[in-house]
Design a protein. Sequence first.
Length: 241
Amino acid sequence: MNKPQKTLPNQRFASNSLEDQAYGQLRRALVEGHFAPGQKMPIRRIASELGTSPMPVRTALRRLISEQALDVLPSGTAIVPRLTRSAFAKLGMIRAALEPLAVKIAASNFDSAMKERLEELLQIEQTARESGDPVQLLRADRQFLLGLYEPCQTPMLLAMIEATWLRRGPHFWDARWLIIGRSPSGSKHADIMRFIASGDFDSAARTLQEEIEGTTSYLLQRMSFVDDPVAPPRLRPLRRK
């Protein structure tokens, strides 16, 4: 299935720096899957979409390359990473270590308002799954997880988690129909919320780890990766004259 064209998110930032604005918009676009794996990032076209000059975009791309959110071709052109099967598996292992840790650290900072917001997002996620809307499902999933981790109030840990999301975003978007078509869904968010409601954050963290590992395994079995062997072409039998 071809990837539909998506416009870059138009988000305003408190900073007056055009470079910071371009960086923030591109970062968010990568997390949300606005770019496909292997897609080139031509500076002038992106600048046109963002409504800015090439210089802020060039600087933003350099920052994203330094963060390993983007790769760079020998020509110097930035490109959205196409992960190998091994790299995708390792990315899942890193997420399975970092994200449950954020839940454990956040335990003492959860309040009733945060729990209520997560319950609302859980309902949105379930509705999106029932209606077959992968865009809303992935958005609700990101918002739920972000709401789960933010109370940890540990900027370094959150930055590391966001770094993994930058590389997972394009691949998760490509796999959106696999994710929404999975039966059973593999989502353990309802279980996580039950543990949080009872104050058992260790079980919530362990359940989140199981979800991340299960989703990684599921996608490894069903997705194609850049280093997968190419099947040889099927030969047609010769016709007798």
